[in-house]
Ligand binder design. Structure first.
Ligand SMILES: [Fe+2]
Length: 246
């Protein structure tokens, strides 16, 4: 089975549409979404509608921004621009979008013999940025392979016996074959707000039969996404960071 894996779309309709247009030319049977459909960007209703209408959608995991925007949980450690965006998003949500966000799956969720989650297998708010956080996440993971989001940084952590390694994808295309006997935590990067210094939208495709992960980057029209953020009165920083992918 080939899975298209999207994460951290963050109400960026321009980025999502560019990714959906690009993947029309790629082979996959199911779509997995790792959360944070809303927050930061100016198109929360449109992005949720697009995602929920995807034909091959298998599961949408709840992200921390989805939880707080829908009013179904606490806003743990939100910084000021994120909080401003969440308050704005709450006001914008249509009843249908709010209902969809409220019904999202709380991770982790098993798919075949792997799992998907938002932050970490044991805490949707935890950022796996360092080997230390990866280590505790491996301890709680029920599967040898977990796809996660939340950090907005495409990367791979591997654990072989007690040897843990982490590395950034760091380029626009990477095809990686998972090694037998090694455990993995894999982040596809963010569609709507990349933070690895590359402004292009990020996603991956996992082939469970051949055990390969392919990472892709897609350019999209950043300027209109920025203009919509500014027009909505959202913090300027949220528009500026899209240009640099920071
Ligand atoms: Fe996020």
């Amino acid at each position: 089975m080939r899975y298209l894996i999207l994460s951290d779309l963050h109400a960026n309709l321009h980025a999502l549409d560019a990714v959906l247009a690009e993947v029309r030319g790629r082979r996959f049977q199911k779509i997995l979404v790792l959360g944070d459909l809303v927050g930061y960007g100016a198109y929360p209703n449109e992005v949720v509608e697009r995602v929920m209408a995807l034909k091959r959608l298998e599961v949408v995991i709840r992200g921390n921004h989805d939880r707080v925007a829908a009013g179904t949980g606490e806003e743990n450690a939100f910084n000021l621009p994120a909080m401003a965006a969440i308050l704005w998003t709450r006001d914008q949500l249509s009843p249908g979008t709010r209902k969809a966000l409220t019904g999202l799956t709380v991770g982790p969720r098993a798919v075949e013999d792997f799992a998907v989650c938002h932050g970490s297998p044991f805490d949707e708010d935890l950022y796996i940025l360092s080997e230390r956080e990866a280590w505790v996440s491996f301890q709680s993971a029920q599967t040898d392979l977990t796809f996660f989001g939340h950090s907005h940084i495409p990367c791979i952590f591997s654990l072989q016996r007690r040897s843990l390694e982490g590395w950034l994808v760091g380029r626009d295309y990477l095809h990686y074959r998972l090694k037998p006997g090694v455990r993995y935590l894999v982040n596809p990067g963010s569609v709507g707000q990349p933070r690895d210094g590359n402004p292009k939208a990020s996603y991956c495709i996992y082939d469970s039969k051949h055990r390969t992960v392919s990472f892709f980057r897609v350019p999209y029209p950043v300027h209109p996404a920025q203009e919509a953020i500014l027009k909505a009165g959202l913090p300027t920083h949220l528009a500026q960071r899209l240009a640099t992918g920071q």
